[in-house]
Design a protein around this ligand. Structure first.
Ligand SMILES: C[S@@+](CC[C@H](N)C(=O)[O-])C[C@H]1O[C@@H](n2cnc3c(N)ncnc32)[C@H](O)[C@@H]1O
Length: 376
């Protein structure tokens, strides 16, 4: 889906979110943005949510959305982010879903994204009554047909078959420790059993290292149990990103955050630039993997690194240059095959590190630049 569509859709949603937020906080009607004290209250809530969900993770597993101020902060700051993420991922599905069940919906960003992406029967399910009340208030404000259901993660799923079942930023909140991975996989299996043929289970998760790695572990279990992955990656083996504990994998989409989001991010002292998330789209049991296109396939794992090296580097001595994926693969094959070349490059790069890249070399260079004659 084009970025513009999301930006336009969010421009329509933001005044609705603010109107519902004012009613939720029992404030008089006001402008479609926040002023003075309102910004401060929401900014404080965002700081608490950000620390508790992404840093110390103390809120995870708790009923933080039952707190009126935190729910208000979630609505105005995290709702638009989840909405935009969900629109991006729903746009990748092989077919447009008609009926969608959104588990762990909170105030419904993923559910409304599904409605805006063309679904006509959407149910938002969560254990937080206040969050579901806000989802219904938003549905009334937007004149959208949203159903809501009480659901607790451990309990049975609301009955019925759906084209898509979504779980937005909830899987990582279910269970703790190693048992959590198989419990989460079991939940996804139950969800997949309630998805119609050709449909999907869609999981969105934060782009943090630990939550992303846990999602990859769940993904590996689901693949072992015979489920096909539709997105983001068609690799059929165990995920190689789990080999090194410091690695993980997340997606990034460009977007233009609504101005209120920028203002709230500033108020809370956070940066919200690119739209980052981890996600997984699974097919129901028994459906085949999509065959990748013929020919060699490459996955882009990083943007070009644009920086200036502090000292001279020579091609063939410090690095092997490449301009295309094929040249990169050839360069790696050369390194594997030519032990002398490898040793020579390692020795040259150690010299380079000692001269230009080691901490004392960096500090010396900074002092040199700072104390250069004529600088003060
Ligand atoms: C971070 S919010 C995500 C809300 C929304 N899906 C989104 O993507 O922005 C996590 C949601 O999961 C719900 N949740 C957490 N644990 C749950 C459980 N055991 N049963 C049902 N819902 C749960 C919370 O109430 C909350 O609404």
């Amino acid at each position: 889906m084009a970025t513009l569509d999301v930006d336009r859709a969010l421009a329509r949603w933001m005044p609705r979110l603010v109107a519902v937020w004012r009613r939720h906080r029992r404030l008089p009607e006001g402008p479609p943005t926040l002023v003075g004290r309102e910004l401060k209250e929401v900014g404080q809530g965002i700081r608490t949510l950000s620390a508790g969900l992404t840093r110390d993770r103390a809120l995870v597993g708790g009923r933080y959305l039952d707190d009126a101020k935190l729910l208000g902060a979630y609505l105005l700051f995290y709702w638009p982010v989840s909405y935009a993420q969900a629109r991006a991922v729903l746009g990748e599905l092989p077919r447009r879903p008609r009926s969608v069940l959104d588990l762990g919906s909170g105030p419904g960003p993923v559910a409304f994204a599904a409605l805006d992406a063309g679904a006509s029967e959407v149910t938002a399910a969560d254990r937080s009554t206040p969050a579901l009340t806000l989802a219904r208030a938003l549905a009334a404000e937007a004149e959208e047909p949203l159903a809501t259901r009480a659901w607790t993660g451990g309990g049975a799923l609301p009955e019925g078959q759906h084209d898509v079942i979504t779980l937005g930023h909830v899987l990582n909140e279910l269970g703790r420790g190693t048992a959590a991975i198989s419990e989460r996989a079991a939940l996804l299996e139950r969800a997949a059993a309630q998805v119609r043929p050709g449909g999907s289970v869609v999981v969105l998760e934060p782009a943090l290292r630990d939550t992303s790695r846990e999602l990859l572990q769940v993904r590996d279990l689901m693949v072992q149990r015979g489920f096909a992955v539709r997105a983001p990656c068609l690799w059929r083996g165990a995920c190689p990103a789990l080999v090194k504990p410091s690695d993980w994998c997340h997606a990034e989409r460009s977007w233009s955050p609504p101005p209120l989001l920028d203002a709230l991010a500033r108020e809370a002292g956070l940066h919200k630039e690119a739209l980052k998330m981890s996600y997984l789209v699974l097919a129901p049991r028994g459906e085949a993997w999509v065959d990748p296109p013929a020919g060699r396939l490459f996955r882009i794992v990083s943007e070009p690194l644009e920086f200036e090296a502090p000292g001279p580097m020579a091609p063939g001595e410090n690095y092997l240059p490449f301009a295309t994926p094929d040249e990169c693969v050839d360069a790696v094959a050369r390194l594997f095959a030519d032990r002398d070349l490898r040793s020579r490059m390692m020795a040259r790069n150690r010299e380079y590190y000692l001269e230009h890249g080691s901490p004392d070399a960096i500090v010396a260079r900074v002092l040199h630049a700072a104390l250069a004659p004529g600088r003060f």
